[in-house]
Design a protein around this ligand. Structure first.
Ligand code: HEM
Length: 430
């Protein structure tokens, strides 16, 4: 082998070693942080030839990408056709109307109208009701002394809250959940999976038809909720079209469920793995808010997102060409030692914790106040009602969704604590 060939082989090996494709390996998926640390140390702005994208892992660079790169990344019908994916056009037609995939000024307009419908005051009115839902879910498992945190709490809580927040019948939540999981799988994974295309298209068709009906029903019989608010939102005479309401209700439904489920599941697992931190939190409920922030930093439910370079430009000393794809790994940025001292230490009292779990800048999570509220209420209630929470011996299986990090199941045993009763609430007739 010539010296040149040797160095080419080494570069290829390094590229292979650093590829995010390793997340397909269950052992790496179970603990992706060594891979993220290696990427950040060895090649923080890394060209991943397998993904055909730049992978960015330093906190400062992830901020830069989220702040200045383009979110408008939905392929046009022509691009899909050239990739042999013309049949995916209905999905692209939906995505181009969703705020997550838009840049200013289209994004500013849409987000402005949607924000009118989702004010902090409106979210605050949900607090007592979310508390009630959590208590009901815990009532259902209390007598058993065991629960699957995912199926008994982490999935149903956001599913019920999302249905109610949108103004949809709660009985529909199972359907909404199934569509949401399918859609999120497409959002979270790097590449088109031909095996899932038919299911994805069916999901888009069914979901769109369902929400078009819901819009008509809401117009006929106005019902409190986000669909109604989006239909009525108006700025200087400008309103959302019905198709925009449908598309953005769908992205809100997906955003609201998958990630919040993972916040609760990942958070419980992290507490179980750090019993001294669980004890600290149990002993001082005023730490609930900072503990939830630390869970979001430490095991970020949404691990990365994608952008396109808006122009030819340099980042971290690398030249990125216009329209090249960039994967901003928030979960790696959230463990950057340049930003967070001892980043691999889980500390429920961490004070300086401006993590990127909800993203940054224009696309900063629309539902962050609601997600925080759900997380805080769920953890406070769980620790108030149950003690001696123990992991049941089991193989932990992580969802194969590479972007949205969460467990498929998390079985625990517990004892009912003496203070297991519901808190007395104002405005709550129970
Ligand atoms: C722990 C829970 C959550 C996490 C970790 C999370 C994470 C994120 C992240 C990282 C982004 C930005 C993505 C990007 O820049 O590409 C985002 C955007 C968004 N999230 Fe969340 N999210 C959560 C809960 C929610 C909830 C409860 C809702 C709905 C009520 C929601 C709705 C949205 C929407 C609509 C966007 C798009 C905002 C825009 O493009 O302007 N999310 N979320």
């Amino acid at each position: 082998m010539s010296p040149g060939a040797e160095s080419v082989a080494r570069v290829e090996n390094d590229d292979a070693a650093l590829s995010l494709y390793h997340l397909l390996d269950p052992a790496v998926l179970a603990n992706p942080y060594p891979l993220f640390h290696r990427l950040r140390r060895e090649d923080p702005v890394h060209w991943d030839p397998f993904l055909h994208a730049w992978v960015v892992t330093r906190y400062a660079d992830v901020l830069e990408v989220l702040h200045t790169f383009a979110a408008d990344r939905t392929p046009t019908p022509e691009q899909l056709a050239s990739m042999g994916l013309a049949q995916m056009a209905p999905l692209a037609q939906l995505m181009v109307k969703q705020m997550l995939f838009m840049d200013a000024s289209a994004h500013t307009r849409l987000r402005g109208l949607a924000s009118q419908a989702f004010t902090p005051a409106r979210i605050e009115t949900l607090r007592a009701h979310i508390q009630e839902i959590v208590e009901d879910l815990l009532d259902a498992v209390q007598g058993r002394g065991s629960m699957d945190v995912i199926t008994d709490l982490a999935e149903p809580l956001p599913a019920i809250v999302t249905a109610e927040m949108l103004g949809l019948p709660v009985e529909d939540r199972h359907r909404l959940k199934a569509w949401s999981a399918n859609f999120a799988e497409m959002l979270g994974n790097f590449q088109h999976n031909p095996d899932h295309a038919a299911r994805m298209l069916q999901t888009v068709e069914e979901m769109t038809a369902y929400f078009r009906d819901a819009v008509q029903e809401t117009k006929r019989h106005p019902r409190e909720g986000l669909i109604h608010s989006l239909l009525s939102a108006e700025i200087d005479g400008d309103r959302l079209t019905e198709e925009e309401v449908v598309a953005n209700t769908i992205i809100t439904m997906v955003g609201g469920q998958e990630t919040t489920t993972n916040l609760i599941g990942n958070g419980v697992l992290t507490l179980l793995r750090h019993p001294e931190q669980m004890k600290k939190l149990r002993g001082d409920s005023s730490l609930t808010a900072s503990a939830v922030e630390e869970m979001l930093r430490f095991e970020s439910p949404s691990q990365h997102t994608a952008r396109l370079a808006p122009t030819d430009r340099s980042l971290g000393g690398k030249q990125i060409r216009k329209r090249q794809a960039v994967i901003a790994v928030m979960a790696a940025a959230n463990r950057d030692p340049e930003r967070f001292p001892e980043p691999d230490r889980f500390d429920v009292t961490r004070a300086d914790n401006r993590h990127l779990a909800f993203g940054y800048a224009a696309h900063f999570c629309f539902g962050a106040p609601l997600a925080r509220m759900e997380g805080q209420i769920a953890f406070a209630a769980l620790l108030r009602r149950f003690e001696n929470i123990q992991l049941v011996p089991q193989d932990l299986v992580w969802r194969t969704n590479l972007g949205l990090r969460g467990l498929t199941s998390l079985k625990v045993n517990f004892e009912v604590s003496e203070s297991a009763s519901r808190p007395v609430q104002e405005n709550n007739p129970r």
